[in-house]
Design a protein around this ligand. Structure first.
Ligand code: GDP
Ligand code: MG
Length: 298
């Protein structure tokens, strides 16, 4: 037992695509609730991961990076990042130790300058650079913006991540937790399942399929007493050629996507899973407000 007051609140995780936001959340929460991939922009929705300790609860908001709005969906992502910065108690600005500040990072810094919440700089991927490079990077960022803290981490190895959680909780107001302490995320299971399927599409089709892939979970039924969840999902693409790539030679690619995703979903749901996948051409979905809503990108 301790007399330390409880702190709780919201932390926005912002940074350009690929800096390691999803990896950091997974490391903080110790369970796979957000998707990671070596392709940028795989996180299109805000996902809240919740970290509850003895004396704090941090509700993390994972935002897509700010980048040039080329299409309607990109503009939505920028709006969501800006919105996230507005409603939080603390902002974590994530950058990479092994890269010079990027054009998008400078744009993001301008947005953060308007934030009323304290901004902490998190320098990720320190496993990739020698100490001198890290120190030089910390000094350079320190002159670019008056960060309240600069915290180096490796989201991949976990180095510095526990320390980061402690630092973040110190910036949250005193107050009771927002969510029950066993809750990792307020994102429905269906959405996480859809993201796991989408992650496998990205991983396995590499550069052949662009970001115009959405996954909907059409049915999700638990069979009580049977330890089996039956899931049926549809992969939506923009063109017939993409449908061909995803299905593959005699269905081989779709089978691989399905079996990889099923294994992940089984771990996540802690149950056996029967996963049925369909592929559908939904022309122009990423430009259609109606379709975007239907696929969960509001
Ligand atoms: P996001 O787009 O910001 O969510 O980035 P992801 O979490 O998807 O990570 C992008 C890539 O960077 C993935 O290949 C990760 O494995 C890799 N990555 C993330 N954190 C680290 C780290 O601390 N060290 C190294 N070496 N790689 C990392
Ligand atoms: Mg991500």
């Amino acid at each position: 037992m301790t007399d330390t007051p409880f702190h709780s609140g919201f932390a926005a995780l912002v940074g350009r695509p690929n800096v390691g936001k999803s990896t950091l959340l997974n490391q903080l929460l110790g369970e796979k609730v957000v998707i990671t991939s070596d392709k940028p922009q795989t996180t299109r929705n805000r996902i809240q991961g919740i970290l509850t300790t003895d004396n704090s609860q941090i509700v993390f908001v994972d935002t897509p990076g700010i980048h040039v709005a080329r299409s309607r969906i990109n503009r939505l992502m920028v709006e969501s990042a800006l919105g996230a910065v507005r409603d939080v108690d603390v902002v974590l600005f994530l950058v990479e130790a092994d890269a010079e500040p990027h054009r998008e990072e400078n744009a993001l810094l301008e947005v953060l300058a308007k934030a009323t919440a304290p901004v902490l700089l998190v320098i990720n991927k320190i496993d990739r650079v020698p100490k001198e490079t890290l120190l030089a990077r910390m000094a350079a960022y320190g002159t670019a913006h008056p960060f309240r803290e600069i915290v180096p981490v490796s989201a991949l190895s976990g180095d510095g991540v526990e320390h980061l959680a402690r630092v973040v909780s110190e910036y949250l107001p005193e107050g009771p937790p927002y969510f029950p302490d066993d809750q990792l995320t307020d994102v429905p299971e269906r959405f996480i399942v859809a993201e796991m399927v989408r992650e496998q599409v990205f991983r396995l089709t590499r550069d052949e399929i662009p970001y115009s892939v959405a996954v909907t979970v059409d049915s999700f039924s638990e069979r009580p007493g049977q330890d089996l969840v039956a899931i049926s999902a549809t992969i939506h693409v923009e063109r017939d050629s993409q449908k061909g790539v995803i299905i593959g030679q005699r269905g081989a690619m779709l089978k691989k996507i399905g079996s990889n995703a099923r294994r992940q979903i089984e771990t996540f749901l802690n149950s056996r899973v029967f996963l049925e996948l369909f592929v559908k051409v939904s022309r122009g979905w990423s430009e259609s407000p109606g379709k975007l809503r239907e696929f969960g990108y509001e």
